[in-house]
Design a protein around this ligand. Structure first.
Ligand SMILES: Cc1cc2nc3c(=O)[nH]c(=O)nc-3n(C[C@H](O)[C@H](O)[C@H](O)COP(=O)(O)O)c2cc1C
Length: 334
């Protein structure tokens, strides 16, 4: 199978066609920087920005800090927005465009109750007229930026309407579509069904398409592309504890430069750098908590023998020592 050509959106060339998925609480600036240090990705999508959070008269400090970081870094960052009111979505799109977003992505894929309960995220797939009113408002609000859309296959087995939403979004001016090969009802259970994304791939005149769900290595990426007919893949959980995973997949599929896969001392250095970045970005208290989940994933993905110690460490110093002991020891470096 010949590999699809890189996608260009506006002025931005998204090469290679392996993209980092938006993951709230995970794909923050320190994680995106870690991905960038390890070979990068064709596109990184920010954590979701709730429109309600952005358009309040006095956003909380934390929201402001998080928002400022959305577009930082020399990366082709797409900022994802979520919400259910056209005016607030349009205003949020204008705000993130003013902050330097190169692409605005609309979230119609998130299954979380907190989001769907507010009738945004995947819940919008139950009411396509309403979904389209949001898309129209966002496209009109940022005429100079490409607007993209992320969705699931549908709400449930009785409502598999990704192709209908994709067709209407295409007519409304959406410039790239990402489809996670599960319904909302499935949450994250079972296996993503990439072949069901093909109904979107077959739409005449559609924009570039990205397949998402359970892509974890080069073999699954290749299979996702061939089954779905998409031009690119998006990787979320597969990059947890392995920020080099995207570059690794790109190298195998598109012959881009191979990232160094850190081992031993290089691995403990890479994890320590990510860890210190988290602490300086969030401050010590919140940073220690945010870092813990990443350390758990690093331990899982790289087989650190001292996972419990890593999780328990109460100070930055103790954690850095545990990182050196757990990840550096394999190569005899401490
Ligand atoms: C913790 C977590 C947070 C997520 N947050 C978002 C989000 O903010 N916006 C979004 O569109 N999808 C979000 N997703 C969904 C992912 O972008 C992706 O569609 C899904 O995880 C399937 O891809 P994967 O199997 O490669 O992880 C999230 C997923 C996880 C696990």
């Amino acid at each position: 199978m010949s590999m699809p050509q890189p996608i260009t959106l506006g002025q931005t060339r998204l090469g290679p066609s392996v993209f980092l998925a938006p993951m709230a609480g995970i794909t923050d600036l320190p994680f995106r920087r870690a991905v960038a240090r390890h070979g990068g990705a064709g596109l990184m999508v920010s954590e979701m920005v709730a429109s309600t959070e952005m358009v309040t008269p006095r956003p909380s400090n934390r929201a402001a800090v998080r928002a400022k970081a959305l577009t930082e870094g020399a990366l082709p960052v797409s900022v994802q927005i979520a919400g259910r009111e056209a005016a607030a979505m349009a205003e949020t799109a204008r705000i993130v465009a003013g902050m330097g977003a190169r692409i605005v992505d609309i979230n119609m894929g998130c299954p979380a109750k907190k989001v769907t309960g507010g009738l945004s995220g995947a819940a919008l797939m139950r009411d396509l007229d309403h979904a389209l009113s949001l898309i129209d408002a966002v496209v009109a609000a940022v005429p100079d930026l490409p607007v993209t859309l992320k969705m699931r296959l549908g709400w449930d087995e009785d409502c598999l309407n990704a192709a209908e939403l994709a067709a209407r979004a295409t007519d409304a001016g959406v410039r790239m579509l990402t489809v996670h090969g599960r319904t909302r009802a499935q949450f994250y259970t079972g296996q993503a069904d990439w072949s069901r994304i093909r109904q979107v791939a077959n739409l005449p005149g559609r924009p570039p398409l990205v397949a998402n769900g359970d892509v974890v290595d080069a073999a699954s990426a290749r299979m996702a592309l061939s089954r779905s007919g998409a031009e690119a893949v998006m990787v979320g959980r597969g990059a947890q504890g392995a920020p080099w995973k995207l570059a690794q997949i790109a190298h195998k599929l598109w012959a881009t430069p191979a990232p160094a896969i850190p081992e031993g001392a290089a691995l403990s250095d890479a994890i320590s750098e990510h860890y210190e970045d988290i602490l300086s970005f969030y401050g010590n208290d919140l940073g220690l908590r945010v870092a813990r989940k990443h350390l758990g994933w690093y331990a899982e993905a790289n087989g650190a023998p001292n996972r419990a110690e890593l999780m328990r460490a109460a100070s930055a110093q103790a954690t850095l020592a545990a990182i050196r002991a757990g990840f550096g020891a394999a190569a005899g470096a401490a």
